[in-house]
Design a protein around this ligand. Structure first.
Ligand code: SF4
Length: 380
């Protein structure tokens, strides 16, 4: 499997908790950005003329892709098509939307370009929490966007929520999950807040002006899972839930260590066995594209055998499909049962047909299970 990722680095406003590669939207840059992106895509296509036609998925993420003017979005898709990406026959074409820019025009443009899966960043249906984490949109705009997207015939829609926010109660989060899953969508994700030190929220937490109650993480996560399972959503990854057939093909490819190429500032790629990323700061990325997007200006993350094993274990255990111990064994890697048996004995994991899978509260302890397994791997 091969996927294409387009990184749109602009947001209407930087949220207080944001730790991503984004910048405040500046309409003067949209034209330049789409022009640079075009040159970056064409440079890659010239160097690897067979690659882009092999793509099965396309994902526009950010940042806020829905903030782009129609002409920029149309240009990006036109370039991709010109570089042999068969947009109309891809298995999945996804685009992230934020409620404040989920307008009739942005949706219609995306549909006309070939987007068929819409990912909406809602985070919470509590206005006081939206304000507290510095989100731009209102609850009402969130519902408007949901109604707009879920009324598109045959479109796939997913919504994102966050939990363990400062001041959030368990009941408030579970109500969010309940309300979102009542909409006619086939996919939903929720993520626990990770407070980055360099963020505005991180500053408030370190000064003691805000607190995050970590003890609420478990009841929120497990309660959310329970609600979704009752409504027919299955967890196929630690934070992702789907009705049958609505799993994200693009993201599953990431977790299966499939290949993908990323375009845009700081976009990551995994191509021909190497992980690399483009310059992250917009001015540096502009320079990189202006000199022809040479490989020498990419940052490579060279993977040794231990890095690859860590990726395999970590990416497998976070998925419903689990870690296939037999496949590892056939690759010369033996995992001592002493590492996972205590988790199995507690009911936090199962081993069935040589596949180790998390279950129940085990999902809360995923990082610990991964560490234990990695510490018990040996090569034959
Ligand atoms: S919308 Fe997302 S990417 Fe943009 S600032 Fe907020 S958290 Fe960051």
């Amino acid at each position: 499997m091969f996927g294409i990722y387009i990184h749109v680095p602009f947001c209407a406003k930087i949220c207080d908790y944001c730790d991503f590669r984004v910048m405040p939207a500046n309409s003067k840059l949209f034209e330049e950005y789409s022009s640079l992106l075009e040159r970056e895509i064409r440079a890659f296509n010239a160097a690897h003329p067979e690659a882009l036609s092999q793509a099965r998925t396309l994902y526009l993420g950010g940042g806020t892709p829905s903030i782009l003017p129609s002409a920029c979005l149309e240009r990006i898709f036109a370039v991709l098509k010109d570089c042999c990406v068969r947009v109309d026959s891809l298995d999945e074409v996804s685009m992230e939307f934020n409620p404040e820019s989920c307008t009739e025009e942005s949706v219609q443009t995306a549909l006309a370009c070939g987007v068929r899966r819409f990912s909406l960043g809602l985070q919470t249906f509590s206005q006081s929490l939206l304000d507290r984490i510095g989100r731009r949109h209102t609850v009402e705009r969130g519902f408007d966007a949901l109604r707009r997207l879920t009324s598109i015939p045959r479109a796939k829609v997913t919504g994102d929520l966050m939990f363990d926010l400062p001041g959030q109660t368990v009941d408030s989060f579970l109500s969010d999950v309940d309300r979102l899953s009542d909409f006619p969508l086939g996919h939903l994700s929720f993520y626990g807040l990770n407070v980055g030190e360099r963020t505005r929220l991180g500053g408030r937490v370190s000064r003691g002006e805000e607190t995050v109650d970590d003890s609420l993480y478990e009841p929120m996560y497990l309660g959310g899972v329970e609600i979704l399972e009752k409504k027919g959503f299955a967890r196929y990854e630690v934070s992702n839930f789907a009705k049958l057939g609505d799993e994200s093909i693009h993201n599953v490819n990431y977790w299966n260590r499939g290949e993908y190429i990323g375009f845009g500032p700081g976009a990551h790629s995994f191509f021909k066995g190497r992980r690399f990323c483009a310059p992250e700061m917009y001015p540096r990325w502009r320079e990189y594209v202006n000199v022809g997007a040479p490989d020498s200006l990419l940052t490579y993350d060279e993977l040794n055998d231990d890095d690859i094993l860590t990726e395999r274990v970590w990416l497998s255990l976070r998925q419903r499909s689990g870690l296939d111990l037999n496949t590892l064994k056939s690759d010369g890697i033996v995992v001592s049962p002493e590492s996972y048996q205590p988790w199995v004995d507690k009911g936090f994991a199962t081993v069935d047909g040589g596949v180790l899978k998390l279950q129940g509260r085990g999902w809360i302890f995923m990082d610990s299970v991964v560490t234990d397994v990695l510490n018990a791997c040996s090569r034959k």
